[in-house]
Design a protein around this ligand. Structure first.
Ligand SMILES: *[C@@H]1O[C@H](CO)[C@@H](O)[C@H](O)[C@H]1NC(C)=O
Ligand SMILES: *[C@@H]1O[C@H](CO)[C@@H](O)[C@H](O)[C@H]1NC(C)=O
Ligand SMILES: *[C@@H]1O[C@H](CO)[C@@H](O)[C@H](O)[C@H]1NC(C)=O
Length: 369
């Protein structure tokens, strides 16, 4: 075992290079103790660990080999304690161990768990399709994470606005940086028009890792969903009865993306339309009939039919009738007064006298009774 390792002595520091996987008994009773037991280091950052090789079963230091086996950095041994450090850890895959040899030249060892990480260089979101989306269709969101390690500690979350859609873990095992595309399929609805989709990538490295864990957000992807047109008025409106001379105002409103356009077919040439409204200022009998509003976009065309009936202006008749009735009443009153006046000319004076007498009598009555 010992002969297969090369020692490089640089003043009092020893760099130990091992080129084979030596047998390492991790079940021996007096195992080396590593502090920390788990290292989480960003690629290129410094790292260090201390190992106390044995507590009880130690041979005299001269007779045992005590070392930390890792191909980078410096280690120094003082008694049964080995200190290891590296200024820039640029090693993706290492399985360092601390060991000592017993009297049978067998290694008793502990492994140091090392996680070398690299937060993603970039995170971006895209769709598996360019251009506008169609309503009620399945699409795939792609979250592309570049140059991240270790991928199995990565959690990618998809969002729509502030709503979390779901997350997934990286599953492959390479320890060095990789690029990976995570996918999330979703079903479009009209509410997704204008929605912002994004993703983030988070390295969950545990309590030994950086706090808070490194997270990188993607760009925002604004979805354009084509839908509609959807009518916002009744598709089958009730028949309309309008009085002759009044203004006819028909409304035909729909929503959609792209914005629908409106056109109208009229029973007569009268009237004007401005998009969603059709106006006939003063309706006449020739304006009676079917008005058809055609709402269309490149996706769909809808027809809304309005049935308009024009009725007589009953107010005109009411006014005429009222005038006639008033005239008739006045005539009757005039005739009645004429006859009454003629027949009761004397009686009028008599009544006047009675009233005058009464007034005289009333003033004679004392008020403070
Ligand atoms: C070795 O450890 C002993 C006791 O812990 C200490 O006194 C001594 O200075 C150390 N030697 C070196 C070279 O670090
Ligand atoms: C995008 O993904 C959906 C769902 O799998 C698929 O039906 C569609 O064909 C894909 N579009 C393109 C352009 O690949
Ligand atoms: C017609 O009706 C619509 C909707 O009720 C309204 O917005 C519009 O102002 C009306 N137009 C006229 C000229 O009354």
């Amino acid at each position: 075992m010992f002969s297969s390792c090369i020692f490089l002595v640089t003043s009092f520091l020893i760099i130990l290079q091992c080129f084979h996987a030596s047998s390492c008994d991790t079940n021996c009773p007096d195992k080396p103790v590593l502090t920390p037991s788990r290292l989480v280091v960003k690629y290129g950052d410094p790292a260090s660990a201390t190992c106390v090789a044995c507590q009880k079963d130690c041979l005299p230091v001269e007779e045992s080999v005590i070392a930390i086996e890792i191909p980078v950095g410096y280690s120094s041994t003082n008694g049964t304690t080995v200190k290891w450090k590296v200024d820039h850890l640029r090693l993706w895959d290492s399985e360092p161990k601390c060991f000592y040899t017993d009297k049978n030249d067998k290694q008793c060892c502990s492994r140091l768990s090392v996680t070398v990480y690299q937060p993603p260089e970039s995170v971006s979101i895209s769709l598996n399709q360019s251009g506008p989306l169609t309503e009620h269709t399945e699409y795939i969101l792609q979250c592309s994470v570049q140059e991240v390690a270790p991928i199995q500690k990565l959690v990618v979350t998809f969002y729509k606005g502030n709503t979390q859609l779901g997350s997934m873990h990286g599953d492959s095992t390479p320890k060095k940086t990789v690029n990976k595309i995570f996918t999330w399929s979703f079903h479009t609805s009209k509410e997704d028009n204008g929605a912002q989709f994004w993703c983030d990538a988070k390295l969950e490295l545990g309590p030994e890792g950086p706090q808070p864990p490194p997270v990188l957000k993607s760009n925002y992807l604004t979805a354009t969903v084509h839908y509609g047109p959807l009518l916002k008025v009744s598709a089958d409106p009730d028949p309309i009865t309008i009085t002759r001379g009044n203004t006819l105002n028909l409304t035909c409103l729909a929503e959609g993306n792209p914005e629908p356009s409106y056109s109208w077919t009229l029973p007569s040439n009268k009237g004007y339309h401005s998009g969603t409204s059709l106006i006939v200022q003063s309706v006449d009998y020739q304006d009676e009939g079917e008005y058809v509003c055609t709402v269309s976009s490149k996706l769909k065309t809808i027809h809304v039919k309005f049935n308009v009936q024009v009725q007589k202006n009953i107010w005109l008749y009411i006014i005429i009738a009222t005038v006639v009735a008033v005239a008739l009443l006045l005539t009757i009153l005039a005739i009645f007064y004429f006859f009454y006046y003629k027949h009761n000319k004397m009686g009028k004076y008599q009544l006047k006298d009675v009233f005058r007498l009464g007034t005289v009598r009333h003033t004679a009555i004392p008020l403070s009774a």
